[in-house]
Ligand binder design. Sequence first.
Ligand code: KIV
Length: 272
Amino acid sequence: MSASTSEIKRVTTHVIQAMKNRGEKIAMLTAYDFSMARILDEAGIDILLVGDSASNVMAGHETTLPITLDHMIYHAQSVVRAVHRAMVVVDLPFGSYQSNSEIALKSAIRIMKESGAHAVKLEGGAEVEESIKRILMAGIPVMGHLGLTPQSIYKFGTYTVRAKEEAEAQKLRDDAKLLEQLGCFALVLEKIPAQLAKQVSESLEIPTIGIGAGQHADGQVLVTHDMLGITKDFKPRFLRRYLELFDLIGKATQAYIQDVKSRDFPNDSEQY
Ligand code: KIV
């Protein structure tokens, strides 16, 4: 008998697979720092992704390309220190796995050794086959990522929906099968038509985790800063905002400024 997800002490690749097998959806969010990771973990999130979207939301870059392996390890260490239950997956950043499989393996080993994370994620299909094989041979779980792969944004030229044409859709289906055969434990599908995500999810044994890929993926992922409304102007159709934190934090900051200027803060009970 398998334990229900709320009773599980640590989410592992086996737990994730069991969730797909019994039809339970997988909830994944990004995290880049200790405080946020602690909140998300205590709330019961299944997977925390230390995404290279840290390049955008934490460092303010336009793309995910500038973030380095050292930066990713720093963020991953902070997240791992906070987490008791969730599985922590870390993105291999641009340039840390594409050139050859030896470099890919070294990068993945650094992440696992220096951060204590539980798995790595990398973008692409057949092009990165050798790197995936080598990382898996070292015993490191790998999550794939197909569809809109932001590290290739200059090749795509736009953040629009991918695989609308049959040729690209077929390559995605082939890549998804390949990643499963190689031994990836899960697969992110980003910004593809919902029907294609449904086909792929039904054709694979391993779970798919969608972002902008519709309701039929086996799980969902969002960038936490988008979901909480911290990123102000990013409002794509696939995003559901659960808070408007940009505005709430702004209002709290204005109240604080007002209290300081008016000498209301600190009052008698707020001093020694
Ligand atoms: O870096 C990231 O946040 C991601 C998710 C969008 C899947 O890769």
